[in-house]
Write a protein that binds this ligand. Structure first.
Ligand code: 5RP
Length: 240
C-alpha cells in the first residue's frame, strides 16, 4: 500500500472530469485483496467506486462502508459488498475527495453534505487517501466556504456564534428548489461559512467544536496520509 511514484497518466490537458477519473484510477493501486474500505462521497469518489466495482467484478475481494446514502447505493449497485458500522470496526483504507486541500493535506470537506459520516469513517481509518482534481489544491484554506452540519433546532444560535467568530454563514438550500433547506443524510442542516483565508485552521476547528448544535465541521486536520492530485495530466502523490 505504498506506491510512491506517480501513476501512469495520459499527458496533455484534461478536463476536471477526466482528472477525477485519473485520480481514481491511481487510488485503485492502493487497494489490496481483503481490505476493508471507507468509501467517500462526491464526483471523484464516485469515479473511485465505479472503478472499484469493475475490479470487484474481476475478482477483487474487498468490503466497504460508505460515507453517504448516495455512495452506498452506487456501491451496492456495482456489487461491492457492504458492511454496517459495528464496535471495533476500522478501515484499512478510506478513499475520498476534498473541496480544498493545502500542502500539509489539511482539508475542507462537506461540499456534498456528507462531512459527518466522512469524518466518522475517516477517523476510524488507518489510512485516508484523498483523490482530487487540480482545482482543489490551494496555498491557504478558505476559498471554499467551510461546511458545518447543524441540528435544525440550534440554527439561530449557531448563526450568532459563527458570526461572532468572524464567519459569514449561509444556510444551504436545495439547488433545484432554492426555497427548500438542504438536509444531510442525518436530517441536519448544512451551513456554508465564509471565513476568508483560514490562517489557523486548528484554532478555528477547536472554536467550532465548542459551539452547541454544531454536530461536525468540515475541517479535516491530521487525517489524510496521502493525496492523489492531477496536475498537467499526470497523477501526483502528495504527502503531508
Ligand atoms: C462530500 C465531500 C466531497 O468529497 C467533496 O465535496 C469533493 O467532491 P467532488 O469530488 O465532487 O469534487 O466532501 O461531502
Amino acid at each position: 500500500m505504498n506506491p510512491t511514484a506517480a501513476a501512469n497518466s495520459p499527458a496533455g490537458a484534461l478536463t476536471l472530469a477526466q482528472e477525477k477519473q485519473v485520480a481514481a484510477a491511481a487510488a485503485l493501486r492502493w487497494v489490496r485483496d481483503g481490505m476493508l474500505l471507507g468509501l467517500g462521497t462526491g464526483s471523484t469518489s464516485a469515479q473511485f467506486i465505479i472503478q472499484l466495482g469493475a475490479a470487484v467484478q474481476n475478482g477483487l475481494k474487498v468490503q466497504g462502508t460508505a460515507t453517504s446514502l448516495a455512495s452506498e447505493a452506487l456501491a451496492r449497485q456495482l456489487g461491492i459488498p457492504l458492511v454496517a458500522p459495528r464496535r471495533g470496526l476500522r478501515f484499512d483504507l478510506a478513499v475520498d475527495g476534498a473541496d480544498e486541500l493545502d500542502g500539509q493535506l489539511r482539508l475542507i470537506k462537506g461540499g456534498g453534505g456528507a462531512l459527518l459520516r466522512e469524518k466518522l469513517l475517516e477517523t476510524a481509518s488507518n489510512y485516508l487517501l484523498v483523490v482530487a482534481d487540480s482545482s482543489k489544491l490551494v496555498p491557504v484554506l478558505g476559498r471554499f466556504p467551510l461546511p458545518l452540519e447543524v441540528v435544525p433546532f440550534a440554527l439561530p444560535w449557531v448563526l450568532d456564534a459563527v458570526e461572532a467568530l468572524g464567519g459569514a454563514p449561509v444556510v444551504r438550500m436545495i439547488k433545484d428548489d432554492p426555497a427548500a433547506y438542504y438536509y444531510s443524510d442525518q436530517k441536519n442542516l448544512i451551513l456554508d461559512c465564509h471565513f476568508g483565508q483560514i490562517a489557523d485552521a486548528e484554532r478555528l476547528a477547536t472554536q467550532l467544536k465548542t459551539i452547541p448544535g454544531i454536530v461536525e465541521h468540515g475541517l479535516f486536520l491530521g487525517l489524510a496520509k496521502a493525496a492523489v492530485i492531477v496536475k498537467d495530466g499526470a497523477a501526483l502523490v502528495l504527502r503531508p
